[in-house]
Design a protein around this ligand. Sequence first.
Ligand code: T1G
Length: 694
Amino acid sequence: MTDVRDAPTTTSPISTRKHGDVLIVLSNNPPVNALSTAVRQGLVDAIEQAEADDSVHAVVITCEGNTFFAGADITEFGKPPQQPWLPAVVDRIEACTKPVVAAIHGTALGGGLEVALSCHYRVAVPSAKMGTPEVKLGLLPGAGGTQRLPRVAGVRKALEMCATGNPIGAKEGFACGLIDRLIEEDDLIPHAVGYAEEVRDVRPLPKSSEREYKINECDPSVFDDFLKENARRFRGFEAPLKNVEAVKLACSRPYAEGAIEERKMFMELMTGQQSAAQRYFFFAERKANKIEGLPENTEPRPIHRVGVIGAGTMGGGISMNFLSAGIPVTIVEMGQEALDRGTGLMRKNYEATASKGRMTAEQVEKAMGYLQPTLDFAALADCDLIIEAVYENMDVKKEVFGRLDKIAKPGAILASNTSYLNINEIAASISRPADVVGMHFFSPANVMKLLEVVRGDKTAPDVLLTAMGLGKKIRKVPVVAGVCHGFIGNRMLMPRQIEATKLLLEGATPEQVDRVHVDFGMPMGPFQMADLAGVDIGWHRDPNRVENVRDALCAIDRWGQKKGAGFYDYDERRRPTPSPVVQQIIEDFAKKQGVERREISDQEIVERTLYTMINEGAKILEEGIAQRASDIDVVWVYGYGWPVYRGGPMFWADSEGLAKIVDGLNRQEARMRSDFSFSKLLLNKAENGEKFTS
Ligand code: T1G
């Protein structure tokens, strides 16, 4: 079989070639074959061409480049929709009187999977993935996906795919009937053409929209069970529930009716605030990877081995990211017991992942096989990148960097996992400040996706580029941050925590403040978070020195969940209940400090804890600590659980209205911390009716 890809014919991203009596329809719309207007038109034209050509007996639809259609063109959303609309395109494909085969590689996502579902047959290479990620954009499949998918793959599978947005692999697709044949890798088109020739005379054509048996056999309780199982995960989101509702329709309505209802729900979500926020976030996440002001010819440094200093919780978690990516790690500890404890915990974490079926035992052994534990600091000499994860103290950090300066090879990148400390001061303490960068992982470091890459004044461009590239390679979302106390995330967290604690003295309760944050969509409030992280983090360890409520709790061993008591009392299953002991401590402290207690409204809590964060975010922007407002949003969504359906703090501030935020802060200013000051950028933008994120 000759290769059918030579010599293009039109400027449309869609070209056609004949191979025998099979018409091959090829899309070439880099980078991900998004279903732009031109692609949609090209597909319709190709089907009509196939129908008009009597010498054509079957059609194969496939894509050039890395992937099959990765969905509708998201950059077209929010603009006046251009004909042909995708629902019409997929219906046209399905109505073709000659068999149409979708040949899938890479990722068939969203509208791309809907195109494949409208084809009469689907073949794929084993490495292909397919999914309906629309829910991650606050949407649902709007071109028949919620009606065709359950008919082809079964109701339960369709529910999982549509409501979670997680893709499945081709093998799983074959097992559930979504894929008709698995094709060898790298030989997709010839085999797809062969398959088309095999089915060219099969009639009637198997139309997905006409399949009934998988929806007829559906147990109606599957929907409530599914919602119950995912209640926590879907909390606050509109789209997952709409996806479930749409798939449910497929089981009770004829295809055409279901498709009309689906479209209505799609447009409702599309014009809603949540989808606007999640679409914004889709691009914010991709923009975060771009480094401004980087000299064009900057090349990353090669990283073949990583060194990690400290095998504690952070050091172990950090190491696992590299091991899982197949990068050898040398991990150093001071004592054998600590080293064994650290490496033991890493294996335990891997085995826990394997027990959930997310890794095989071989993969666990492979990852642990890349680990070289040692007590010998000098063993770090052959590492290309060394990350210190030692105790959060400047003197300790400087001592470690001083030793590294002596043994690390020339060109090795020296990174600190500090959460707050001054990277410039650390860099200035050694002879190679250009090789120093901050790599701030979030706990648990093997799970949390966020990585703040802290650019010091002297950090070399290739060091920054390397750290950002590596962050993506270990499946993190790296964000560039400048040097200041707490970088982006923790710096915005501080004013929130300070106001939250002040509100306790003035009359709010921990549960009230936390409820406001949880209702807002945060996974937990400031005090539940303090109890989880440890009330004693950063505590001076002197029980006789009680200067604030936190000192008072620590002095009586209420260090949080790990002690069964903190701002809340905890039962054996770590469920929190309000504590009369804590309430008394707060009231006593308020009296001691002469703070008059009063009724506190939920709105005041929002204004003093969330609006102050926005003000701090604006300062971070005006000081250039963050490259762009959307980076701040990426930090808070991936590092602190800010609800993605609110886009992130800066996007939310824009939707709230900056003038309203300034009013709220003006209203509360007298009650807030004495060193509160307004960000000039916030004041200016509010006055001029401007926004942070557009
Ligand atoms: N539309 C427009 N641009 C897109 C795009 C899309 N669907 N997908 C990716 N891009 C851009 C992206 O912004 C980036 O641009 C570049 O492509 C590379 O992406 C009716 C309504 C396919 C798995 O949600 O999940 O169909 O930053 O960096 O890591 O039912 O992109 O280089 O300028 O992510 O290799 C449903 C979204 C749409 C899939 C590739 N589809 N894309 O990942 O590259 S809604 C999706 C992805 C829909 C219908 C509905 C990933 C990817 P730039 P990248 P990657």
